[in-house]
Ligand binder design. Sequence first.
Ligand code: DAK
Length: 260
Amino acid sequence: MTDMPVLRRDADGVRILTVDRPDKLNALDRQTLAALDAAFAAAAEDAAVRAIVLTGSGTKAFVAGADIAEMNALTAIEGREFSLLGQRLMRRIERMPKPVLAMVNGYALGGGLELAMACHLRIAADSARLGQPEVNLGLVPGFGGTQRLLRLAGRAAALELCLLGTPVDATRAQQLGLVNRVVPAADLEAETMKLAAQLAASAPLALRGVLDAVVVGGECGLEEGLQFETAQFALLFASEDMREGTSAFVEKRKPLFRNR
Ligand code: DAK
């Protein structure tokens, strides 16, 4: 059922992955990075999984960053491996063919915020705190934080968070465009699962088209992005789900999407 230290649970087409190192505020050591990478690879392959929710064990932390104690003891060669492992995981999540929601239930710091930013949507508890405190350790973000923060929230926010290293609360994070929704901590799971269920019932090929177009579009020029969107749009005319969705509208009924 699990690649420890990542727990796995399925509910109606939604896979819930939980980083399970609560004693270390779910800090990412090499074993956890590798387990997450394997868990996301498996979720990508599993047709029964329509959406993924990523969270951390306990109520205190989503993920409090890369494991500082482990990093402290790494050689340069091991540090390179650590970096490659983390960057590969973040890229895998970002390029997942199905939507990934970060359920930010507490601290999302350093590598933890980088992990949340690689997800497609972020729902935060009002008690969450988010930040890139690496400068306080004599480091810069190493799992793509400077780049994803810049693209997600702009230069002013990226420089504020990465230069000062001071975490912000969930409300400020939402103002910066860093999180999509802020909800009372007690409602976090229900609200996140509601969104995940909506995505799990939606047309998977269309969702994949959106994910591909937005992620690729964020990395290329407008002209290429528009061409890519047109190609995605045209491709969906070959899908049964597009016929079903448009027929259901015309026939005034709910569509039933079959991922075909
Ligand atoms: N790593 C390892 N252990 C951590 C941890 C972390 N990031 N964060 C917390 N813990 C551990 C604590 O050491 C403590 O363990 P014990 O002492 O009980 O064994 C336990 O979790 C509970 O934490 P605290 O006792 O500190 O709890 P508090 O409520 O007092 O404070 C806190 C909560 C989140 C404010 C505090 O724990 C904290 O400041 N944690 C560190 C946050 C942080 O700086 N995060 C960024 C980590 S640096 C790179 C790749 C990636 C990165 C860098 C380079 N390259 C490839 C080069 C990424 C770097 C980071 O993410």
